[in-house]
Ligand binder design. Structure first.
Ligand SMILES: Cc1cc2nc3c(=O)[nH]c(=O)nc-3n(C[C@H](O)[C@H](O)[C@H](O)COP(=O)(O)O)c2cc1C
Length: 174
């Protein structure tokens, strides 16, 4: 069953979930999220996104010790960019973070479409987390994407989710 008729309806319904049910997400949903990451656009098609699916007791305990913002999510996707594999522009630009962020956004919206709650988290120290998980030196953690079924307590955070700039404030038509 489709919950949304249009992508915009899906995007409008999304909010950051910070309280989750105490049950794991279905494997098929994890697969769909990874498929969404696979088809996301990347600069020069270099596909530098590197994704760790944290679900074991040990991995979840570790990530919870490294960020105050993991709440009680049963699954945390640690979305990284391989900065060596990413496209480098002549001006020195490295596209890794942008590419990984697009992949994470694809995953986030797919999760929402599947009835999951998500929260994008950047509240961690990138060196600390890389060390703790033994990541290759050229990997940068771009976000922790929390995923789980929203608990009864989950609700959009007042004064944050509802606080939106007017379109004219961030747009110029030239
Ligand atoms: C790059 C980025 C970093 C974020 N970091 C955190 C975080 O560390 N902790 C947290 O609770 N929420 C975090 N968020 C969620 C934002 O606070 C949230 O998206 C924003 O307040 C709008 O609310 P909404 O997602 O409910 O619409 C982050 C979101 C983004 C895109």
């Amino acid at each position: 069953m489709k919950n949304f008729d249009t992508f915009l309806e899906l995007a409008e319904s999304r909010y950051s979930v910070r309280s989750f049910e105490d049950r794991q997400i279905d494997r098929e949903v994890v697969q769909k999220m990874l498929r969404a990451a696979q088809v996301s656009p990347t600069a020069h098609n270099n596909q530098p996104q590197r994704i760790y699916v944290l679900q074991s007791e040990e991995a979840i305990a570790k990530v919870r010790s490294l960020s105050h913002y993991t709440f009680n999510a049963p699954t945390v996707f640690m979305v990284c960019a391989d900065l060596d594999a990413a496209w480098h522009g002549r001006d020195g630009h490295n596209s890794g973070q942008v590419d990984a962020a697009i992949a994470a956004t694809h995953m986030m919206m797919t999760a929402c479409d599947e009835g999951l709650g998500t929260c994008w988290v950047r509240g961690f120290d990138k060196d600390e987390i890389a060390r703790a998980f033994g990541l290759p030196e050229q990997y940068e953690v771009v976000c922790l994407l929390l995923a789980g079924y929203p608990s009864e307590k989950a609700a959009p955070l007042k004064g944050w989710h509802d606080k939106r700039k007017r379109i004219e404030e961030f747009t110029q038509i030239l």
